[in-house]
Design a protein around this ligand. Structure first.
Ligand code: HEC
Length: 123
């Protein structure tokens, strides 16, 4: 009697946990995907915000580190087209690491990559 009862409990628990994990994946997808919109990307809103937060202290017209000025679309375009912008922020070998001593989040890198893949438009 006791044995039957506990195996019934075991089966019940397995069923419950099975359902729980099914839904868990759908309800809570990996955080980076859930919180990262790397599809709706524009120069004016998305790219500018990243540059202003992480790059402009060294890349405005006055500082112009390494000769790279990111104060306008036309000034950053050549860096985007040459591949140096993405090589630097992805910190690929053979590139300068930007920002120096830290790294953008995967989400911000994905947003910049989307913009570059779109042809780095002035949108
Ligand atoms: C703390 C200052 C600082 C910050 C912040 C910074 N940079 Fe730089 N950046 C530099 C310096 C210094 C150089 C020149 C280094 C060199 O060429 O060796 C440089 C050079 C560059 C270059 C041109 C060099 C090349 O050959 O590719 C690019 C492109 C660049 N940075 C992109 C960025 C981006 C994008 C960000 C923000 C995500 C950023 N940087 C943030 C200091 C900074």
């Amino acid at each position: 009697m006791m044995k039957k009862f506990s195996s019934a409990i075991t089966i019940l628990l397995l069923l419950i946990s099975g359902c729980y994990y099914d839904k868990y994946d759908k309800l809570y997808p990996p955080a980076t995907n859930a919180n990262c919109d790397s599809v709706n990307v524009t120069y004016a809103v998305t790219v500018r915000a990243i540059l202003d937060n992480y790059c402009m202290s060294c890349h405005d017209a006055t500082t112009a580190s390494g000769g790279a000025v990111f104060d306008s679309h036309s000034n950053i375009l050549p860096w985007a087209q040459s591949g140096q912008l993405m090589g630097d922020v992805k910190q690929l070998s053979g590139f300068v690491q930007m920002p120096p001593g830290s790294k953008l989040s995967d989400c911000d890198i994905a947003k910049l990559q989307k913009w570059v893949n779109d042809g780095a438009p002035d949108n």
